[in-house]
Design a protein around this ligand. Structure first.
Ligand code: AMP
Ligand code: SF4
Length: 454
């Protein structure tokens, strides 16, 4: 279900005659990380060319457009705006021409001190062309007193705080960067002699690249004709991988933070079943977000799994609701129950999360209208009580239903017979860690932000 703004997908290729085509395919595999705009920048060794547009990757890039993206290195970006308004000038990669030549940059994550830095920079005379956090980084590099690009980059990065997984393209090099907390993922792969960097490993699978390792938290990796060089210029920080990557954001066929997303999502469902006290006849997932956890739940509980709700995969942003009499299709545009399966049954519905509660409410009503005797909503993560400041545009605290409602009040609102969330402890256990010792950011569940917004 896509109704809250979120994250971005990034990719980079170095050392391949079809670099831009490969980046295009990577972005295609990463489309779930952002559908607002997409862009690719490539270098032919002397200059950088960029193509970007609002819309989906497959809509934006045709053969003609890809042909313009010459050269053996390229980077790309899928955006779903987190900060900054939604418009083409905020689409990435961001390309600049400055004292160090051409530079293209694609960023996944949000900075917590971008506002502060931007104000200072503006007071000092900097002129911004977009409302993106990423532009702050470029200004900091340009203004650095350091003598080389490398030192200026490090100088700039040391001033920013927050989530930043990035790929940078210069005329003759590709650079991958991950913040020292390791908030957002970024992986390194090989395709014969070429190097590939991507948000998720599912991008490597599509182009037959081999996943080598993650770019390490706090690592800057530079790839050029001499090979690969790594720098670790930051002070070491406690790891704070975004656990929501496992709950919802990443594709289940990716390896993220060194573990298979499918396995962990499945184990969330297993753990949810261990914590379950309800008897039921059927487990059905909210497609697609609840499928893997529901499979785990069914396997552990022995309650049969059925695809009791079918999703129309072709609903796009272009859908226009006709007005007047036949309006108000509501959730049925996207989802439709299989009535024969559901009729007369005690049904457990599983989704990954409740944000505002609107999706769950619609689904519970739909399943009940399809004839279910009981509808129990189960969520494979704990209640979201706090917004995210690190690259996921969850709504404000007030709009998050669990920030101001008890479980019983949520149950009433979504009109379910019962509601159960996965416990925080159970969630961490399912990842193979313990509550006392784990590498995760849990701020949207606990309010304990690893980095304060400035
Ligand atoms: P809501 O209707 O506001 O409660 O949203 C809950 C639905 O949104 C669930 O089906 C989730 O799978 C989905 N969801 C959770 N987080 C996000 C996000 N950041 N972006 C898009 N969808 C999300
Ligand atoms: Fe991820 Fe939640 Fe932390 Fe944001 S607050 S980085 S969504 S775990």
């Amino acid at each position: 279900m896509w109704n809250v703004k979120e994250k971005c997908g990034i990719a980079g290729v170095y050392g391949h005659p079809e670099a831009a085509n490969l980046v295009y395919l990577c972005l295609y595999a990463l489309q779930h990380r952002g559908q607002e705009s997409a862009g690719i920048a490539s270098t032919n060794g002397t200059e950088i060319h960029i193509e970007k547009e609002m819309g989906l990757v497959a809509e934006i890039f045709n053969e003609e457009r890809l042909k313009k993206l010459k050269g053996e290195a390229a980077i790309g970006h899928n955006r779903y705006s987190t900060t900054g308004e939604s418009s083409l000038k905020n689409a990435q990669p961001l390309v600049v021409n400055f004292k160090y030549g051409n530079l293209a940059i694609a960023h996944n994550g949000n900075l917590v001190n971008a506002h502060l830095l931007r104000r200072v920079l503006e007071e000092e005379g900097s002129i911004f062309q977009s409302t993106m956090d990423t532009e702050v980084i470029v200004h900091l590099i340009a203004k650095s007193k350091c003598k080389s690009f490398k030192d200026s980059l490090i100088d700039a990065l040391k001033q920013i705080r927050g989530a930043f997984s990035m790929v940078l393209l210069r005329e003759k090099e590709l650079i991958g960067i991950r913040d020292p907390w390791g908030i957002r993922p970024l992986a390194l792969g090989r395709l014969k002699d070429a190097y590939v960097i991507a948000s998720e490993t599912c991008a490597f699978d599509l182009i037959d690249a081999k996943y080598e390792r993650d770019i390490k938290p706090g690592e800057i990796i530079k790839i050029d004709e001499k090979g690969v060089e790594s720098w670790f210029p930051f002070d070491e920080q406690p790891l704070r991988h975004c656990i929501f990557e496992y709950i919802y954001f990443s594709r289940p066929d990716s390896i993220v933070f060194g573990k298979e997303v499918y396995n962990i999502r499945f184990r969330f469902g297993v753990q949810l079943a261990k914590e379950n006290e309800i008897e039921a006849d059927l487990v059905i997932p909210v497609p697609d977000s609840g499928i893997v956890a529901a499979l785990g739940f069914s396997r552990e509980s022995g309650i049969p799994f059925e695809l009791g709700i079918i999703r129309n995969h072709y609903v796009g942003r272009t859908f226009i609701e006709p007005t007047e009499s036949i309006r108000h299709f509501g959730v049925k545009i996207k989802l439709n129950p299989v009535k024969e399966l559901i009729k007369g049954k005690r049904v457990i519905v599983i989704d990954d999360s409740i944000v505002r509660g609107t999706t769950s409410r619609k689904i519970v009503k739909m399943v009940r209208a399809a004839g279910a005797k009981e509808v129990h909503m189960k969520i494979s993560s704990p209640p979201i009580t706090h917004p995210c400041f690190y690259g996921i545009d969850t709504p404000t605290r007030r709009e998050l239903i669990a920030s101001s409602h008890t479980i019983e009040e949520i149950r009433k609102y979504i009109t379910a017979d019962s509601v159960q969330y996965l416990s925080l402890e159970g969630m961490i256990k399912a990842t193979g860690y313990t509550l006392e010792s784990h590498p995760f950011c849990l701020a949207c569940f606990t309010g304990k932000y690893p980095l304060k917004f400035q």
